[in-house]
Design a protein around this ligand. Structure first.
Ligand SMILES: [Fe+2]
Length: 354
């Protein structure tokens, strides 16, 4: 009798298929950082703290950060520099001060070949704390026992990113500035990759410079923005988490921030509105507020000439100044692919009006 198709599948082919399946099913490389949600975890309301940006102490020449071994490459003129030849974990306090200054100047730094992901949680937190007290996220996955970590995780079975955005979106772009509803918004922010698509492509982060976005406006328009304040809200994020049975660790807040803020180290002015959390302009009627915010969102999101994509390789750490930038994930990789990354989010000053 002629062999069936099943018989023609040799044992070795079967083994290969089964090992491929196991490969797809294998767990995260860093299970400690698997997102942890405890609906009973509660944090007290945040309190105002004294803050001095470490960048104010930095030597402008940055001798501890930019040594002869360091190579830098500007990704675009307005935002982003890629750095090789330096380990964040080896930087002295002076080097970390210089990192704060350089991040403020370039808005975003991409550090390659870092050992950061293998330092362990305590040392990672210690380094990030140099830049301010670390925000504990009210709704996102954290690491068990370490609420300082904000975990970004997607795989075939677990995809909060797509759940959050829903299925009726034509694209998955979601420009925002992290947790801008906090009274003291994040400053020098760390993001490191643990697992990424094996293809090495997909899952970039889009960033734009709010400093350049502000500079592009006419002096007359800049004058109109002066003194305006906007409401940033945590309410939708909390409601969304509640709806999905997730935690709301702190009651959601609504906070007013200036529409234009000044960086405490560089003195640069930046727009400080984002579609993710900014809801209305204080003192404007509804239609007026929508009109102005729509213009500002169109302006920043269409400004491809002051945007970049941060790309990830194993060992990449991206550091950005959350006061001067807006960013969006790109969910452009296959649903079955695991992507795992962690953010440490030091909080900075109460925004200074520009
Ligand atoms: Fe973000």
């Amino acid at each position: 009798m002629a062999p069936s198709v099943a018989d023609l599948q040799t044992p070795s082919t079967k083994d290969t298929i089964s090992s491929l399946k196991q490969e797809v099913k294998k767990g995260p490389s860093y299970p400690f950082y698997y997102p942890y949600f405890d609906v009973n975890e509660k944090f007290p309301p945040t309190e105002i703290f004294e803050f001095t940006d470490p960048g104010t102490r930095a030597d402008p020449a940055k001798p501890h950060l930019l040594t002869p071994n360091t190579t830098t490459h500007d990704i675009s003129p307005y935002i982003g520099t890629e750095i090789t030849g330096v380990q964040i974990s080896q930087l002295s306090p002076e080097g970390l001060d210089e990192l704060a200054l350089y991040t403020a100047q370039r808005k975003l730094l991409v550090f390659r070949d870092q050992d950061f992901k293998d330092l362990g949680p305590d040392r990672q937190i210690e380094i990030a704390r140099h830049f301010g007290p670390i925000q504990k996220h009210p709704t996102s996955g954290n690491a068990k026992g370490y609420p300082e970590f904000h975990v970004v995780y997607r795989d075939a079975d677990h995809d909060p990113f797509r759940e959050y955005l829903g299925d009726d979106r034509a694209n998955r772009t979601q420009w925002h500035s992290d947790v801008s509803y906090e009274k003291q918004t994040p400053g020098t922010t760390f993001f490191f990759i643990l697992d990424q698509p094996d293809s090495g492509t997909g899952g970039d982060t889009l960033f734009l410079s709010q400093v350049e976005a502000y500079k592009r406006l006419s002096p007359e328009f800049q004058k109109r923005l002066e003194g305006l304040r906007a409401v940033h809200s945590a309410v939708e994020q909390a409601e969304n988490s509640r709806k999905r049975g997730g935690p709301v660790r702190r009651e959601p807040v609504e906070t007013e921030h200036p529409v234009v803020r000044v960086h405490p180290v560089t003195g640069e002015k930046a727009l400080y509105v984002n579609p993710g959390f900014t809801r209305r302009i204080v003192g404007f009627k509804k239609e007026e507020s929508e009109y102005l915010l729509k213009f500002l969102y169109d302006h920043i999101t269409k400004g491809a000439d002051f945007q970049i994509r941060a790309t990830y390789k194993p060992g990449t750490v991206v550091v950005w100044d959350n006061r001067l930038t807006v960013h969006s994930a790109t969910g452009d990789f296959d649903k079955s692919v695991r992507r795992h990354a962690v953010r440490l989010t030091p909080q900075a000053e109460v925004p200074i009006a520009g």
